[in-house]
Design a protein around this ligand. Structure first.
Ligand SMILES: NC(=O)c1ccc[n+]([C@@H]2O[C@H](COP(=O)([O-])OP(=O)(O)OC[C@H]3O[C@@H](n4cnc5c(N)ncnc54)[C@H](OP(=O)(O)O)[C@@H]3O)[C@@H](O)[C@H]2O)c1
Length: 277
């Protein structure tokens, strides 16, 4: 008698206890009636390669990769998508039946899909986007914005050289401006994005002047803890359309789930509720 194999997936990081991805994927598994599991795994850097190479032998069909392993895992994967190569980091691994470990980065996809749903009137080609921050998430977002046809990205980061590095990597469509001057550029974009940790619970506040911000500008924050960050609250008061960061987390998980389990989940209010539970 052949027994049905139960597909396993998960997320590898360190620390990992705070991750909301297991809530998301278990919700989708239940909603679609799939007999699979999604497991959080706290793995040290030194053990990453051994663990990743062992998982397929244990019935894993793939995993998400989160901090601090997103760059390291690029050296382990056999096949890397163009977008992950450009970004220099991967967040989704697919363990193919032929033994190939395939790596992708879906953060930028998650960011753009979330915006498309939260601000359907945003016209990427019509005006610059102002991006705050130049960390790992910003790299994926800048690549996705460039792909979406944004004519110029105004980029401000506390550590200016990091923003300049991003411009060197992604080309001249990026204009680096001083972090302390960023309030002076608020009248230019039709989209303002916070990719820094500022505003997150336990982190300092994001202190920038929004005096020049137009109510036509869409404002999004990739921080989702709290869901409505002080930046989004202020932007709402100005009359801007705001998009919170939870949807990015949801949409970045979609391509992996679909590849691992063979079904595409529907995203609706129950998805958000499952993660917030
Ligand atoms: N919604 C989602 O799905 C999603 C996905 C990925 C990440 N995130 C969130 O996005 C945030 C950034 O993640 P990441 O991976 O890009 O982190 P990261 O690589 O560590 O980058 C952190 C960014 O925050 C800036 N920053 C930190 N402390 C600052 C301060 N005191 N003043 C000004 N800027 C400061 C850093 O500037 P410097 O370069 O000057 O240090 C850098 O730009 C985190 O809160 C993460 O949870 C959300």
């Amino acid at each position: 008698m052949t027994q049905e194999k139960i597909p396993l997936a998960g997320v590898i990081g360190s620390p990992i206890a705070h991750s909301r991805s297991p809530l998301l994927h278990h919700h989708w598994l239940r909603a679609l009636g799939i007999k699979g599991h999604y497991i959080p795994m706290d793995v040290a850097q030194a053990d990453l390669e051994t663990v990743v190479r062992t998982l397929p032998k244990m019935g894993f069909v793939g995993v998400n990769i989160t901090l601090p392993h997103k760059e390291t895992v690029m050296r382990i994967a056999d096949q890397i998508t163009d977008r992950a190569t450009v970004i220099g980091a991967a967040n989704t691994l697919i363990f193919r039946k032929d033994g190939i470990i395939h790596a992708d980065n879906t953060d930028g996809y998650g960011f753009i899909e979330n915006l498309k749903h939260g601000a359907p009137d945003w016209a990427p080609r019509e005006a610059p986007t102002l991006v705050l921050g130049a960390g790992g998430a910003a790299r994926a977002i800048v690549a996705a914005l460039a792909d979406a046809g944004v004519p110029e990205i105004i980029l401000a980061n506390r550590t200016r050289v990091r923003a300049e590095k991003l411009r060197d990597d992604f080309g001249q469509r990026i204009r680096v401006v001083d972090w302390v001057q960023v309030g002076n550029y608020m009248d230019e974009p039709n989209l303002l994005v916070n990719t820094t940790v500022l505003g997150m619970t336990g982190k300092p506040e994001l202190r920038i002047s929004l005096d020049r911000l137009s109510s036509d500008t869409v404002v999004t924050d990739i921080v989702y803890n709290p869901l409505e960050t002080p930046l989004l609250q202020q932007a709402k008061q100005i009359g801007c359309t705001t998009v919170d960061g939870l949807g990015m987390l949801i949409y970045q998980g979609l391509p992996g789930f679909e590849r691992w389990f063979g079904q595409r989940p529907v995203i609706d209010d129950t998805t958000r509720a499952a993660i917030l539970a």
